[in-house]
Design a protein around this ligand. Sequence first.
Ligand code: NAD
Ligand code: ZN
Length: 254
Amino acid sequence: MIALDRKSASAKLEELFKESRRAVAFTGAGISTESGIPDFRSPGGLWTKNKPIEFSDFLSSKEMRDEAWRRKFAMEDSFRSAKPSRGHRALAKLLQRGKLSAVITQNIDNLHQVSGIPADKVIELHGNGSYATCLDCGTRYELDWVKERFDKSNGSAPDCADCGGPVKSATIYFGQPMPEAPMRQAEVETLAADLFVAIGSSLVVWPAAGFPLRAKRNGAKLVILNREPTDLDDVADLVIRDDIGDVLQVFLDS
Ligand code: NAD
Ligand code: ZN
């Protein structure tokens, strides 16, 4: 592990991208804090306020479904008004220049797509919070559809209009099976990468955190950019413990 100051860190990262034939970025909630969306584990982050709702509780309890939607709509304004951060924009620029093959993300905020990265290059491991689906028949519902019914019924979570199944935000809850296609796609990208850059993730949520480790074991260079230490710092080739936007700014300037 090498730790560097900001200027040398940015320069080193530029050099690694220049040398790389196939680079992959792996992002977590930290890339979106500059956009005004709180992460989970920073001091004051969401984790300290509300323990996430488990998938089994969502399925078994109507109260939990109501609570899940109450929390979702309480956060909705900050999600809807969020604009891509410098980190999102730097990655979009790298991708457009052919220097980045894909972004594997744990985020559910849709901001990589908003920053201009084509949807097929954004691999969402934990789903997407900008719409909902019926868990039984898969029908898609827009959040406005859910909100209208939620408000009219005094905060009761609506069921599917087609089959009566539970309607849930299209994100992956703790305890919910991982989505198969993105997991497969993430594996392919991870094993093809010669440079793997983990950005803004505490790397404690599994199985997502397995991808940086697999990339490293498969021979890729591993970079970790996060302002706090992570569990994988010891195995990384380069650790940059600094602000994401400040470090990635170099790609916006060049
Ligand atoms: P996390 O909260 O566990 O870790 C985020 C890390 O980013 C922290 O270690 C923090 O120190 C760092 N960080 C925050 N802002 C930073 C900045 N400006 N510069 C450098 N570092 C910064 O997030 P995680 O690892 O992604 O795991 C949380 C889970 O919660 C994920 O599965 C994700 O799906 C979900 N989540 C998503 C969002 C979102 O979509 N924006 C927000 C909160 C949580
Ligand atoms: Zn249904």
